[in-house]
Design a protein around this ligand. Structure first.
Ligand code: GAR
Length: 195
């Protein structure tokens, strides 16, 4: 079976959707471990689905390399075929990216290359964009610059604030993520080296 590790920082709603998808016997991948950089609320989803989890606490940018090494060691225990960053709000050190990319993908709440970074939804609203989107990419050494695997447009509508717009983006992200994982697992989608 094709195995997936998922890394999160927050509520893990996209993680939950992937866990639900993977309960379908027809789905070609299984989540084997969930990791986080803090005691994230989303770890509860792992517990509910009986999936092991680990936390490698973020201790500040000065210790990014050590943090990344520990994260890498934890992932290696599980030997996943794919690592999914699903709301992990930290940049991985380059050697960790090199170790896993292109089997390292990320969901992003914007239509990349528009609005990269940690505040994509806020930035789209601040820019007065009339449309934004959702993307799934391969992680490379840049900030949200890797090859795009799937993306879809979402309109920004009158009355949208960061929360409302993000809540409309997330269901699209989930659908794209589940489909990308399925296509990678079946071999329909081949990942090309990035670093
Ligand atoms: C998702 O929208 C994900 O794309 C975003 O965080 C959210 C996590 O939601 N990630 C980034 O912005 C990374 N730059 P969730 O914890 O409810 O799945």
């Amino acid at each position: 079976m094709f195995t997936v590790a998922v890394l999160i920082s927050g509520t893990g709603s996209n993680l939950r959707a992937l866990l639900e998808a993977a309960t379908d016997p027809e789905f070609p991948a299984r989540v084997v471990v969930v990791g986080a950089d803090r005691e994230a609320d989303g770890l509860l989803h792992a517990e509910r689905f009986g999936i092991p989890s680990f936390v490698v606490p973020w201790r500040g940018a000065a210790e990014r390399a050590e943090w990344g090494e520990e994260l890498h060691r934890q992932l290696q225990v599980w030997q996943p075929d794919l690592v999914v960053l699903s709301g992990l709000m930290r940049l991985l050190p380059p050697d960790v990216v090199a170790a896993w990319s292109p089997r390292l993908i990320n969901t992003h709440p914007a239509y990349l290359p528009e609005f990269p970074g940690a505040h994509a939804v806020r930035d789209a609203i601040a820019a007065g964009a009339t449309r934004t989107g959702a993307s799934v990419i391969v992680v490379d050494d840049g900030v949200d610059t890797g090859p795009i695997l799937a993306q879809e447009r979402i309109a920004v509508v009158a009355g949208d604030d960061e929360h409302l717009l993000h809540e409309r983006i997330k269901p699209v992200e989930r659908r794209l993520l589940i489909d990308v994982v399925r296509r990678i697992a079946t071999g329909e989608l081949q990942l090309a080296p990035t670093v």
